[in-house]
Design a binder for this molecule. Structure first.
Ligand code: MN
Ligand code: MN
Length: 467
């Protein structure tokens, strides 16, 4: 082996180089990376909507000794609670041993809604010997990606008597799936010449749900009637029940290993369950912490964090106020001492589309958890932009705990942008920075992440909870 030159040694000492976590990890750690992915993939398959993620989150929390949180209760160190907000937004709380007046709350905030296609309130119709559902897409989808793939239906209907019916069709191997028609290339000359964003209009995202006419009678829409009759038989519902319903169409794919070496995971909705799962498991794996811990799984992030299940809802403030009151201190003081990792994804550098990235500041697949000091668009519009001091604090924490992490911006400066829940939490006078996972094909029906990054994020959250 040749000896390193003085300049090589100096470069090693002074420069920063992004490295693959797979390369840094020893054999034992690499095994942990692959083992951790199995639990995450099971969570992905169990929780394709925010409602399912909350149900699954509660199941996991209860298995780890969590019980429902009651406003006004006085928590002791080590108490574990969850708060279920309308089945779509979940808070996990562990009371730490340190007083809230000194130590504040350590918050992990992820979202559990993903871009998808919702049914309209009057969805059902028949045409061309087929029955369809009319839809209204939810979040930033690229519409052309959702045609001609197998789809599943998930959701809830509230019947006239107020009772709820839960529906999941398209996930088991015996189930039928659903479909959005697309044009054959032979007749797509005009469509193919259109810009990608307008080639598939929103009103054409109709879900194919049937083709069998009702066997008798003289009604005009026999296929529609037959579908209604089947739904009535199975769920006891009528056409009007769709008006008090939340029915979501999601890809029918399951999470799978990607690649010969199985290094990557393909799945629907990594954004943002790839942060929700590590946040929850990091809390479950933290016993009797010094810090009081709070994990938030928010809804409605993909449409602006609005409403009473989104991150802009007052509920977070109410819970923090209540925790402060239980310690006999002011909420304002507790918030001023609290820290938050806003847990959301960033775009991974994609060599197939290198022109939209600035490589030096892009999230690199497998290079560890990705920190975004700021998000937003153009001149840092609409971002909370974490302070150098808070980033420095997190950096020190990660370096002391051997966490693989990197920083990233979402694409080139003028090319686009995006936001997360970070600013809503920062607005409460809480130091907040984004930390997540780099994703290939974000918001596509099937997104890709690296197993190394998922495990790195989990380890980062554990360090944040425990140190
Ligand atoms: Mn997200
Ligand atoms: Mn998103």
């Amino acid at each position: 082996m040749s000896e390193k030159s003085k300049s090589q040694l100096l470069e090693e000492e002074l420069s920063y180089e992004k490295k693959s976590y797979f390369e840094i990890a020893d054999e034992e750690e690499r095994k942990k990376i692959f083992d951790y992915a199995k639990g995450y993939m099971a969570f992905l398959d169990a929780a394709k909507t925010e409602r399912e993620a909350v149900t699954e989150g509660i199941r996991m929390a209860e298995a780890n000794g969590y019980t429902p949180y009651v406003f006004g209760e006085k928590l002791k160190a080590g108490d574990k609670r969850y708060y279920n907000n309308r089945d779509k937004n979940l808070f996990l709380i562990v009371k730490g041993s340190a007083p809230l007046a000194e130590d504040g709350v350590r918050i992990l905030a992820a979202h559990v809604d993903s871009p998808r296609i919702d049914l309209k309130q009057n969805p059902l119709y028949e045409s061309g010997n087929m029955a369809f559902f009319k839809t209204h897409y939810y979040g930033g989808i690229r519409k052309y990606q959702w045609t001609a793939i197998p789809l599943a239906l998930h959701g809830v209907l509230v019947k006239a008597d107020g009772s709820r019916v839960f529906v999941t069709v398209g996930e088991s191997d015996e189930d039928p799936v659903f479909y959005i028609n697309d044009l054959l290339p032979h007749l797509a000359q005009e469509q193919s010449a259109k810009p990608l964003g307008s080639a598939i209009p929103g009103e054409s995202l109709n879900i194919l749900i049937g083709g069998l006419p009702y066997p008798e009678g003289d009604v005009s829409d026999k296929i529609k009637l037959n579908v209604l009759s089947l739904l009535n038989e199975k769920y006891g519902i009528t056409e009007r029940d769709f008006q008090s319903a939340e029915l979501c169409v999601v890809p029918a794919f399951r999470a799978r290993d990607i690649g010969f070496d199985r290094a990557l995971i393909g799945a629907y909705g990594h954004d943002d369950r790839v942060c929700a799962y590590p946040a929850m498991t990091a809390m479950f794996d933290t016993d009797a912490p010094e810090h009081t811990l709070l994990t938030i799984l928010a809804d409605k992030e993909e449409i602006g964090s609005e409403g009473n299940t989104g991150m802009q809802c007052r509920l977070l403030l109410d819970i923090l106020e209540d925790l402060a009151a239980s310690d006999g201190v002011s909420g304002a003081l507790v918030r001023s001492r609290s820290y938050c990792l806003s847990a959301d994804v960033n775009a991974a550098f994609d060599p197939n589309f290198a022109e939209v990235f600035e490589k030096k500041n892009a999230g690199m697949l497998s290079a560890g958890a990705v920190m975004s000091k700021y998000t937003g668009a153009r001149g840092k519009s609409s971002t909370s932009d974490a302070s150098a001091e808070f980033v420095g604090f997190i950096r020190k924490l990660f370096s002391e705990n051997g966490i693989a992490w990197q920083t990233a911006e979402l694409g080139k400066v003028d090319i686009g942008g995006g936001g997360t829940v970070a600013k809503y939490i920062a607005n409460l006078n809480i130091d907040t920075v984004d930390l997540g996972v780099s994703v290939i094909s974000m918001h596509a029906p099937y997104e890709v992440v690296s197993k190394a990054d998922v495990y790195a994020l989990y380890r980062a959250f554990v360090a944040f909870c425990q140190k």
